[in-house]
Design a protein around this ligand. Structure first.
Ligand code: XMP
Length: 507
């Protein structure tokens, strides 16, 4: 496996994802962590960083066990670090070094550049630049503006590049990573979805033995894939609970439950809609709604878990981005914007041990693993849906009637996206029920009814998002269907705000 030492770059997780796409397993650790053992890794990669090598808080990793001893690749800051602290010179550059550039000179005698073309596009993002290489370093590539775009340390398997091979805009970046890892470091490309399933299932068998495990299914990709893995490992000792909080999409509870049963999962559906509605009565503040929904879920789940005798474990669909420790070189952790990050996990009154089969993999890998286990592609391709569901899409207080209206509106919108083949072009879509009435006319009558907003966004991880340019004809048809078909709504608007500054949800 491969070790990635993180210096705080926004692209570090991308490095890991590209490497995983090459079917190579890798792990990310903060550069100053003491939680890894270098001896376990075949190669090491140093990430970029928002810091400058000169700054006081510049990361200064101890490379004594790595450099010259294992294949090592420095990227951006990683490259500058290998220069600055080993006798070379790094300084402010006088030309702009952001964005696209082209490799103008490539040393093809180096295996590192196998199949990399001169003129290949690379992505730069740094304000410092390498001015002078230390003794024993050899320049192996340049761009028009950057002389030392890449170098190698002679007599070592140490390579470094100032551009970012992990970003999509570096067209041959993945090939460079492959050259380094496969040709130079001789790492095996054996990390496949199938091998993950095999090794995870046997690890789970060993870890869980004859113990009983309880898992909350949500209808989403992560909990479903986690359930299928556990089902393969322990079969009927896995007890799945699927709670209807009354805030799911139209018919979702019945259809998803049906699907789970068809998959052979040991699942119990619990319809607790009334209990949730009651807990939400009169609450309109978004964070209080989240607390009421989250709190009720824990109560319902705990009640159900108590029906299972001798249950020892709670399974969770935690994925790798939730557990990677972040490096904070530029100040404290970012401010909490919404209380939706499902960390914190276990309520004290459930004294269960935790098992997390997806803990080491990324979202795209969860889908690949699901695919190899033959989970319905429609289920795997579903848009993300927030835990509090329609509860945070009904602005203001929640009533059964409002839920009914929004379920109808949402169904028209989402089914329309599917019918128009737009569903897969959109990362997430939904409708919001606004707490205002507007005046309209229907026939000769004046109406005073609800306004709904439609939202469809593109994104990769929900951290940033943009609104999708849906065809006017689609919006027209959808708006007509909603206004004519859903009683209580007389106006439809489309949300054209990006995130940031807006968020995806309205609450
Ligand atoms: P925002 O609105 O913060 O949403 O831009 C980003 C992503 O997070 C989802 N989201 C939630 N998920 N519980 C969840 O499980 C929540 O309370 C919650 N709030 C937002 C949102 O749907 C989007 O995918």
């Amino acid at each position: 496996k491969v070790l990635i030492l993180d210096f705080g770059s926004q692209f570090t997780q991308l490095i890991a994802r590209r490497i995983r796409e090459l079917n190579i397993f890798c792990e990310i650790f903060p550069f100053n962590s003491n939680k890894f053992n270098v001896d376990e890794y075949k190669a090491v990669i140093l990430s970029g960083s928002p810091c400058s090598v000169d700054s006081e808080d510049a990361p200064k990793p101890d490379l004594s066990k790595i450099k010259g001893k294992k294949p090592l690749l420095g990227i951006c800051y990683g490259a500058q670090y290998l220069v600055h602290f080993y006798g070379g010179k790094v300084g402010a550059s006088n030309t702009r070094e952001y964005g696209r550039a082209k490799l103008s000179k490539v040393d093809h005698s180096e295996e590192f550049f196998t199949k990399i073309n001169e003129g290949s596009q690379v992505w730069m993002s740094h304000s410092d630049t390498i001015l002078e290489l230390p003794k024993g370093y050899k320049n192996i590539a340049s761009t028009e503006d950057v002389e030392h775009a890449a170098f190698k340390i002679e007599d070592e398997d140490t390579y470094a590049i100032q551009f970012h091979p992990e970003v999509y805009h570096t067209t041959e970046g993945k090939q460079i990573l492959e050259n380094f890892l496969v040709k130079i470091a001789n790492v095996e490309q054996s990390w496949t979805p199938d091998s993950f399933v095999d090794s995870t299932v046997s690890k789970l068998k060993e870890q869980l033995g004859n113990d009983k495990v309880v898992l909350g299914l949500s209808g989403g990709v992560d909990s479903t894939v986690a359930a299928v893995l556990l089902d393969k490992a322990i079969g009927k000792n896995l007890y799945c609970i699927f709670v209807n909080n009354g805030l799911l999409r139209k018919n979702e509870f019945e259809s998803v439950l049906d699907q789970y049963e068809h998959m052979g999962l040991n699942v119990k559906g619990v319809d607790a809609s009334a209990r949730f509605l009651k807990a939400l009565e009169g609450i309109s503040e978004p964070e209080l709604k989240r607390k009421a929904i989250g709190g009720t879920f824990i109560e319902v789940f705990d009640d159900e878990a108590h029906h299972i005798q001798d249950v020892k474990w709670l399974a969770q669909g935690t994925i790798y981005p939730d557990v990677i420790e972040s490096v904070s070189v530029t100040g404290g952790p970012s401010a909490t914007i919404k209380s939706h990050h499902n960390v914190g996990g276990l309520p004290d009154f459930m004294k269960l041990k935790i098992v997390e089969p997806l803990r080491m993999i990324f979202k795209d890998e969860v889908r690949r693993v699901g695919k190899t286990m033959e989970i319905d592609p429609e289920l795997l391709g579903r848009h993300p849906f927030p835990g509090p569901g329609l509860g945070i899409r009904i602005l203001g207080d929640i009533t059964a009637e409002k839920v009914r209206i929004l379920q109808e509106v949402d169904a028209v919108f989402v089914n329309g996206l599917k019918k128009w083949n737009l569903y897969d072009d959109v990362w997430q879509a939904g409708a919001m029920l606004l707490p205002v009435n507007s005046v309209g006319v229907m026939g000769d009558e004046r109406t005073y009814e609800k306004v709904v907003a439609l939202r469809a966004v593109s994104s990769t991880d929900g951290m940033t998002a943009d609104w999708v340019n849906l065809p006017y004809e689609f919006l027209q048809e959808t708006s007509n269907k909603i206004i004519n078909g859903v009683k209580g709504v007389n106006r439809v608007v489309y949300d054209i705000s990006s995130k940031p500054p807006a968020t995806i949800e309205w609450e």
